[in-house]
Design a protein around this ligand. Structure first.
Ligand SMILES: [Zn+2]
Length: 378
């Protein structure tokens, strides 16, 4: 996504969140805000914006760009509404590095040992995204995507470690740093969600194919029966049946066409201790890889599986001395199983897994739209 796309996406999210209206025509955004918000935000109830140089026909449209007045007004309101906060992880437990390494199989038991090289403070942006897949059913998933300033890619974090108490640490919002991190987070999310979106799309198109086949078989049979019963005066009836078939096909396409949407729900900036560790084969001084782990998300970053290029552990070391993930190098019989993780994307932030609606086997909230009556019954 370009910067203009990012800004546009942010604005659409923000306006919808405020209960306003926003539409785009010829590159010009028309925004309508509820009176209570337009006053608080010190903007007119209706105004136009553009991401490019305003066309002559829309000379009054304001330019939407980093640092522009409109964007600043929206950012500050979003912050006041709790969609943004900044905090610090001040005092993690003394053994957090050991614990984080152990959780990823780097405690020596799997042939890899980690040595702490240095400690620093990581500046991390956490973006909570809601991903919605809609067709005949609706699936909703929430992801925490973290980006450390200075790194070119982000990671999907588990929810549990993120729920530790943090100390408030107000900072001035730096829009440029935020947008850089947001772009990385959006790319990380797209990459992560791609297999699920593809699978959903495939399922929907298979269902659509079956439904279309069913409709054709039903109407072909009906037409045959009518022709056989009264071949002379059935033309009017056949035209009506054809029209009905067309209507059913359009309805099926509407019902089973998959749509995927991601929206940003919250942004958090957190400063947390971070360890740089060197990974060696057990009883060897040769460094195989260097990795970073922060005390907040506890995710080990900087290791890539030599076989499949995955960047998520737990990790092991092969006979040849290569670092590989547990998928590529399963544990020997009788070894302990790797610790289980609950990745984000499985439930809402802040809700305990044992509370609320039981999770579906797919690991997300899925329900048939038919079951909740949100599409017309036939
Ligand atoms: Zn692997």
């Amino acid at each position: 996504m370009s910067e203009a796309d990012d800004l546009r996406a942010f604005l659409f999210d923000a306006v919808e969140d405020l209960g306003g209206s926003i539409s785009e025509c010829d590159g010009v955004l028309e925004v309508g805000l509820p009176p209570e918000f337009s006053e608080r935000i010190e903007l007119a109830p209706r105004f136009t914006l553009t991401c490019a140089t305003p066309a002559a026909s829309h000379a009054d449209a304001e330019l939407l760009a980093p640092g522009s007045y409109v964007l600043e007004r929206f950012s500050s309101l979003m912050m006041r509404r709790g969609r943004w906060d900044s905090a610090r992880l001040g005092s993690p437990p003394d053994d957090w590095v050991t614990e984080a390494l152990r959780a990823h199989g780097l405690d020596g038991s799997c042939g890899l040992e980690a040595t702490l090289e240095s400690l620093a403070t990581a500046r991390i942006w956490a973006f909570t995204f809601r991903v919605t897949l809609v067709a005949d059913e609706k699936r909703e998933m929430f992801f925490a995507v973290l980006v450390r300033e200075g790194e070119a890619s982000g990671w999907i974090a588990d929810w549990e470690p993120l729920e530790v108490p943090l100390e408030p640490a107000p900072i001035a919002l730096d829009r440029e740093r935020l947008m850089t991190s947001y772009r990385i987070a959006a790319e990380t999310l797209t990459e992560h969600a791609r297999p699920e979106v593809r699978a959903f799309r495939k399922t929907c198109l298979t269902l659509l194919d079956e439904e279309v086949g069913r409709i054709f078989r039903y109407f072909d049979r009906t037409v045959d029966e009518i022709r056989q019963a009264s071949p002379a005066d059935s033309e009017g009836l056949l035209r009506a049946i054809e029209a009905e078939r067309g209507r059913r096909l359009v309805e099926a396409a509407e019902r089973f066409t998959p749509r995927a949407q991601a929206s940003l729900c919250a942004v958090r900036y957190v400063e947390a201790p971070e360890a740089l560790v060197a990974l060696c084969r057990r009883n060897s001084d040769e460094t195989l890889a260097r990795a970073r782990v922060d005390a907040w998300s506890r995710v080990i970053r900087g290791i890539q599986c030599a076989s499949c290029n995955r960047t998520q552990g737990p990790w092991r070391v092969s006979q040849l001395g290569a670092v590989e993930c547990i998928q590529c190098l399963p544990m020997a019989n009788g070894s302990a199983r790797p610790p289980s993780h609950r990745p984000s994307g499985t439930h809402r932030r802040g809700r305990k897994a044992s509370q609320g609606r039981p999770r579906s086997p797919r690991g997300c909230m899925a329900r048939s739209r038919a079951a909740v009556g949100s599409h017309r019954h036939r």
